[in-house]
Design a protein around this ligand. Structure first.
Ligand SMILES: *[C@@H]1O[C@H](CO)[C@@H](O)[C@H](O)[C@H]1NC(C)=O
Ligand SMILES: *[C@@H]1O[C@H](CO)[C@@H](O)[C@H](O)[C@H]1NC(C)=O
Ligand SMILES: [Mg+2]
Length: 255
């Protein structure tokens, strides 16, 4: 699985002629040149503003930037940007004084953090097509999402340091079985807790839901030494953790 993902992401991208990129086990995806050439809009500026949370509450990638985002996600830059984040997270983890009582935890988001839905989004316009909950649910139920390799490396490092892992995801509780088997399948072999969104939550924002669940952790004596996610809603709110780390995600926004 990890290898498949590497092949999938290692596809090289040229900036001149249209690129033809193969996704293992499925159809061929055609991408345009992928250069930042949308009239009146710099897709790079748009992506930077999104990553810094200066653009908020956006619901779709601007149509003229879908191709640009596709190239970013499929190419080296996404991987390098992710490495930069997780390397800093490792440095932080190595620098903290741990309680050594099993109560030091690191909170991991799941989608686009621990697991990657890129094989799905590659077939659905990299966020430039309207969200389709039906096909997304079908993909999630397959339980075939690859690991984000950089996050898996951080995960292993944290375990070796004695920090326990808590997965905290907005995925629905009804996806518990498939999510835990997917996590195990790609190398996340142990965790302290896997927190999914139960029926007691209905209309809350992700910030409220995640804050509330982190609050419960702290109340039960856990110390959140770090927190990593691809959405600002993973790392804003109360009890965010001693340090937070934001992975790139120019494909969608969760409030
Ligand atoms: C999840 O797995 C458990 C144990 O294998 C099983 O009892 C339960 O019915 C499963 N739940 C769903 C929703 O598939
Ligand atoms: C970590 O965060 C907790 C809770 O905010 C705080 O009490 C503690 O001092 C922080 N530790 C460090 C090393 O910053
Ligand atoms: Mg996520």
């Amino acid at each position: 699985m990890g290898l498949l993902f590497l092949i999938f992401l290692a596809t090289t991208i040229s900036d001149g002629s249209p690129a033809k990129e193969t996704i293992p086990g499925d159809k061929v995806l055609l991408l345009g040149p992928g250069v930042d050439r949308a009239p009146g809009l710099s897709c790079l500026s748009w992506r930077l503003a999104v990553e810094t949370n200066n653009i908020m509450d956006w619901d779709i990638v601007p149509g003229q930037c879908g191709d640009y985002v596709g190239h970013y996600m499929m190419g080296d830059q996404y991987r390098k940007d992710s490495s930069m984040v997780t390397d800093q997270a490792i440095l932080h983890a190595q620098s903290v004084t741990l309680g050594r009582d099993g109560k030091d935890v690191w909170v991991f988001d799941i989608d686009e953090t621990s697991l990657s839905n890129l094989p799905y989004y590659a077939r659905h316009g990299f966020g430039a097509e309207p969200f389709d909950s039906k096909s997304k649910k079908k993909w999630e139920l397959e339980g075939k999402a690859p690991a984000l390799p950089e996050t898996l490396k951080l995960y292993e490092k944290l375990l070796s340091l004695g920090i326990r892992v808590v997965f905290l995801s907005g995925k629905s509780e009804e996806l518990r079985n498939v999510t835990s088997s997917n996590l195990r399948l790609v190398g996340y072999h142990t965790w302290e807790k896997l927190i999914l969104k139960g029926s007691s939550y209905s209309g809350e924002t992700a910030v409220a839901y995640k804050s509330s669940e982190r609050g419960k952790l702290v109340k039960s004596g856990y110390r959140i030494v770090g927190n990593i996610g691809d959405q600002w809603s993973d790392i804003l709110g109360t009890n965010p953790g001693n340090r937070t780390f934001k992975l790139p995600d120019p494909m969608y926004y969760v409030a």
